[in-house]
Design a protein around this ligand. Structure first.
Ligand SMILES: [Zn+2]
Length: 122
């Protein structure tokens, strides 16, 4: 992985977590949807399954590659270009926090359906 880290004082605050469905709001993949595969909060980036795919010409052994060749991989997108998509009402919406007796839950800003549970260990 060769991600150029943007120097920031800290991690970017985001409500999107790994496993969320998102819509791309700008750039080459504008309007497309996908599932967040990995988050890079310090760089302000996230990679989305099947989107922003780039070809990498890899030498054998470089970056842990077992064999040389041309590989396709998802290049991370800026988190600011991603919008959360609710899986219940299927529209791009915002994430709200619902504070209840069991603690804070992420809910859809439109229908109030709870969002997918936060994936641990991201
Ligand atoms: Zn919803």
């Amino acid at each position: 992985m060769s991600i150029v880290l943007v120097q920031r004082p800290g991690a970017l605050k985001t409500k999107i977590v790994k496993g969320d469905t998102v819509m791309i709001r700008r750039g080459k993949e504008k309007g497309k949807r996908g599932v967040v595969k990995a988050m890079f909060p310090k760089a302000g980036l996230a990679s989305v399954e099947g989107l922003n795919v780039v070809k990498r010409h890899t030498k054998q052994g470089a970056g842990g590659a077992k064999s040389a060749g041309i590989f396709e991989k998802e290049s991370p997108l800026p988190i600011s270009a991603l919008q959360y998509v609710c899986t219940s009402c299927n529209v791009p919406s915002r994430v709200k926090y619902d504070v209840g007796p069991n603690g804070k839950r992420r809910v859809c800003g439109k229908c109030g359906e709870p969002a997918a549970e936060t994936v641990k260990g991201r």
